[in-house]
Design a binder for this molecule. Structure first.
Ligand SMILES: [Fe+2]
Ligand SMILES: [Fe+2]
Length: 477
C-alpha cells in the first residue's frame, strides 16, 4: 500500500484511474490551500518544520521525517489496506459482505456522519492558529504543527469520501467544510467544543488529550463500519491520531512534572511566583476540558445511535473483542441518571445506550492517563491527587443537562453552583495567570518555566535539535 507522490494529490487509491474524481479533487485543492494560508498557523507558513509524512499505510515504518514548509506538506488520500473478505461486524446485516458503495437507504445518514467528523478537523486547526507565537519550546512548536497538518489531512480523508461516493451533494458538503469557521457567529463549526477558543498551551494540551481522544473513539467506531471505504479511511487516521494523543497526555504530564519540581524546590503548594502552574489550576483545567469533551458523545439514550448501529454504519469501540451477539436487540446496559435530586443506576435497552457505551470506553481511557499523571506526583513524594470529575459534572447534553453537580457528583442547587464554581473550573484570573506565563521560548533545547522537557526528541533527535527553523523575527534575539 505504498503512496504515489508523483501525482498532484498523493494517494494510495489509484486516483489516476478515475479521471472524474481526480479532476473534482484537483478543483477542491486550491480552496483547501487558500483555507490553510488564511486559517492555518499564523506567522509560521515560511518556516521549515521537521515533519513526518506518510510513505505507506502499513504498520511498519509508514513515516519519513524531514524539513517541510507547511504549505508544501503533501496532503493526500491514504486508506488502510483492505481486509480480504471483510464482513459487516455488527447490526442487522452482521456477517454479510461489507459495502464498497454507499447503501442507498443510508445515504443521508452516512453523509451526515462523515461531514460531522470532517468538520472537526479544520476546526481544531483554526482554534490553534495563534498558539505558535507563545510556544514553550521548538519541540512543542513542531508537535503543534505536526498535529495541525495532520488535521488538515484528516479533512482530505473525509472530503475524498464525500467526492468519491456522494455525488453532487458530497461536493457541496466539501465546499461547506472550507467555509465554516470555528467560533464564527454566522457560520460556526458544527460541534460546540470546536467553537471554543484554545487560548493558551495548557488549554491546548488538555484539548489534545481530552478532545482529540473523543476523536479517537469516534474514529474507532467508524472504523468498524460496514461501509468499507469509511472503515479503511478511519483506520489510517487512527494511526496519525495516536501522536496527537501523545502530545496531549505527555504535555499535561510535563506541566505536572515541572509543578512538582517547583513544589519540592520551594516547599510550597503555590508555585505561581516561581513560574509554575499550581496543581489546583491544572485540576480546574481538567474539569473544564473533560466535561466539554464528554458532551461530544451525545445523549445517554439515543435512537440515532441505535439506528447507526443496527444499520451497520457505526459500531462500538473494539467491536470484534466483545463477546455478545453484536446485535444487542434483547440486551440491556446500565447507566446513571439524575432523578429526584439523586443519581441512580438504571437498566436501559443496550441499543439506545450506545453513546454511553462509547463514553464508558473513553472514560476508562482517561482514567488510565490520569493514573500516569498521579504517578508523577507520587514519585515526587507529594500529597495531591488529580481527579476526573463525575461524568454528570457541567454537562450541557443528555440526562445531566441543566443539573448542577459538584465534581464529586453531589447534586446541588443552581445558586450553590454559582457561588462555588470558581473552586472547580478556571476563573478569569486563573486564565489570566496562565496567559501571563505564555512567553515564547525558541532557543533550541530550552523550555518555558512552566513545563518540563520531554524524555526524548522526535524521531530520536536530541532535545536541542532545531525542530523548526527560519522563525519570524528570530534574528533580533
Ligand atoms: Fe483528526
Ligand atoms: Fe487529532
Amino acid at each position: 500500500m505504498s503512496i504515489n507522490y508523483s501525482e498532484r494529490i498523493p494517494n494510495n487509491v489509484s486516483l489516476s484511474d478515475d479521471r472524474r474524481l481526480q479532476r473534482a479533487l484537483e478543483a477542491w485543492q486550491p480552496g483547501f490551500l487558500q483555507w490553510w494560508r488564511e486559517m492555518g498557523p499564523e506567522s509560521f507558513q515560511r518556516c521549515d518544520v521537521y515533519l513526518r509524512t506518510a510513505t505507506s499505510t502499513d504498520a511498519q515504518g509508514w513515516a519519513t521525517f524531514g524539513y517541510v514548509k507547511m504549505p508544501d506538506y503533501r496532503w493526500g488520500i491514504f486508506l488502510a489496506e483492505p481486509e480480504p473478505d471483510r464482513r459487516i461486524p455488527f447490526g442487522e446485516h452482521k456477517g454479510e459482505p461489507v459495502w464498497r458503495e454507499v447503501p442507498g437507504q443510508h445515504r443521508g445518514v452516512l453523509r451526515r456522519l462523515i461531514v460531522t467528523q470532517g468538520d472537526t478537523e479544520p476546526a481544531s486547526v483554526e482554534q490553534q492558529r495563534h498558539l505558535g507565537k507563545t510556544c514553550p519550546s521548538l519541540y512543542d512548536l513542531r508537535n503543534l504543527f505536526q498535529v495541525n497538518v495532520e488535521e488538515g489531512r484528516h479533512l482530505w480523508a473525509m472530503v475524498y469520501l464525500l467526492h468519491a461516493y456522494f455525488g453532487r451533494d458530497g461536493r457541496e458538503e466539501a465546499e461547506g467544510l472550507l467555509q465554516r469557521r470555528s467560533g464564527n457567529a454566522d457560520n460556526p463549526r458544527i460541534l460546540g467544543a470546536f467553537n471554543e477558543q484554545t487560548p493558551d498551551w495548557l488549554s491546548y494540551f488538555m484539548f489534545a488529550h481530552f478532545t482529540d481522544r473523543d476523536g479517537k473513539y469516534q474514529l474507532a467506531s467508524l472504523a468498524e463500519s460496514g461501509f468499507d471505504p469509511l472503515a479503511r479511511t478511519c483506520r489510517f487516521m487512527l494511526t496519525e491520531e495516536a501522536h496527537h494523543l501523545f502530545v496531549g497526555e505527555s504535555g499535561v504530564g510535563r506541566v505536572v512534572s515541572r509543578t512538582c519540581e517547583l513544589m519540592r524546590a520551594h516547599n510550597s503548594f503555590e508555585v505561581g511566583e516561581y513560574g509554575g502552574i499550581d496543581l489546583s489550576i491544572i485540576q480546574k483545567y481538567i474539569n473544564f476540558h473533560y466535561s466539554v469533551s464528554l458532551d461530544l458523545f451525545g445523549s445517554e439514550l439515543s435512537t440515532n445511535a441505535a439506528n447507526y448501529f443496527s444499520a451497520g454504519l457505526k459500531g462500538r469501540f473494539k467491536e470484534a473483542d466483545r463477546t455478545d451477539d453484536h446485535q444487542l436487540t434483547g440486551s440491556s446496559y446500565s447507566l446513571l441518571k439524575p432523578e429526584h435530586g439523586k443519581i441512580i443506576a438504571t437498566e436501559q435497552p443496550a441499543l439506545l445506550a450506545l453513546n454511553e457505551t462509547l463514553r464508558d470506553s473513553y472514560v476508562a481511557d482517561c482514567e488510565r492517563a490520569l493514573a500516569r499523571w498521579n504517578k508523577i506526583i507520587k514519585e515526587a513524594q507529594l500529597e495531591f491527587e488529580l481527579k476526573l470529575p463525575h461524568r454528570g459534572f457541567r454537562r450541557s447534553i443528555g440526562e445531566f443537562a441543566g443539573v448542577s453537580l459538584t465534581p464529586e457528583g453531589q447534586i446541588i442547587s443552581e445558586e450553590e453552583w454559582q457561588r462555588r464554581k470558581s473552586e472547580w473550573i478556571p476563573t478569569q484570573s486563573d486564565r489570566e495567570f496562565v496567559a501571563s506565563l505564555m512567553k515564547p521560548v525558541t532557543t533550541p533545547g530550552q523550555f518555558a518555566s512552566w513545563i518540563a522537557p520531554p524524555l526524548r526528541g522526535i524521531n530520536h533527535q536530541s532535545l536541542d535539535f532545531e525542530f523548526v527553523t527560519g522563525l519570524p523575527g528570530v534574528t533580533e534575539h
